[in-house]
Ligand binder design. Sequence first.
Ligand SMILES: Cc1ncc(C[n+]2csc(CCOP(=O)(O)OP(=O)(O)O)c2C)c(N)n1
Ligand SMILES: [Mg+2]
Length: 339
Amino acid sequence: MTTQPVQVENQTGPDAAKTAMLRTMIRIRRFEEKLAWLFKRGQLPGFVHLYLGEEAVAVGVCAALRPDDRITSTHRGHGHLIAKGASIDKMMAELYGRVDGYCRGKGGSMHIVSFELGIMGTNGIVGGGIPIGTGSAWGDKQLGRDSVTVVFFGDGASNQGVFFESMNLAAIWNLPVVFVCENNGYTEWTPTHELTAGRIVDRGTPMGIPGEQVDGNDVEAMRDATARAVARARAGGGPTLIEARTYRWHGHNEGEEAFAGDYRPQSEQDEWRGRDPIAAYGRTLVEEGVLSQADWDAIDAEESAGVEAAVEFAAASPFPDPEEALQDLFAATPKGSMR
Ligand SMILES: Cc1ncc(C[n+]2csc(CCOP(=O)(O)OP(=O)(O)O)c2C)c(N)n1
Ligand SMILES: [Mg+2]
């Protein structure tokens, strides 16, 4: 962001935190709308899976985290990263395949990592982040740190064996991990109920892992449920499973219109668009007197400008030198790597 965020006048404490959550959801929304626009014009290499409509999940969850807490993400990960504090300049550069991106332009949408920010990576392998996050929590426990790891994954990923294996280890070792399943009703082009037996929220029950189902379009409900799970984990109480019920507005991936057919009823899409998490929260904050409509509009304009600046930043960055192609792909085990 090159613009200075406008502070809503006289805001402190909880009001400032609420405004920050609205702002972050708007940032994700405007960033991803731009990605959709760029993709249609052939300006983005590779696949993109957009998070539009699901913004309240990432923002609510990350609002309950400390900077030293960690997350693992998915193929639909831009929202998670922005909510954890990633720069949209560096994300856009990564999506453009440029050297100023988080992974020097060699990763793209599904391989964005920032260890400094506690971002253990977006991930093209469905369920791939689940054992990584469980391992991250194990590492913290071994080292006596009180950080917590949040694992984001989808309803489809909840059918992967590695989810059950990871929950088993998290339970038996009492690990500080929060499993956040984003149930958006679809696994690619198949409705969740055609693939997934029982309730996802109950899947940890046989292992003694408490589960909570939350309205994933309600950012404060997401923040509060996560805060409870994080407090438990930090205090040594072990893992929790949160099932966030939400909906993706766009296709599984951009460009699916070319082959996917009409797999979601229009009435269902309209209903969920009517439950826009950003519009709902903005209205709530105006009604509560936290901010005015003019403040809301100013935040939106600022975030839109920030996205335009990110595109300029990315487009001005060079492509990586082909000589770099094999750099940073393999890590030599550093001495004292456990610290
Ligand atoms: C191990 C593995 N199997 C299959 C795929 C292909 N694939 C990519 S996304 C996806 C669906 C994931 O659905 P879900 O976990 O519900 O996440 P959502 O896309 O709905 O956010 C599949 C099957 C993959 N990337 N990795
Ligand atoms: Mg899904």
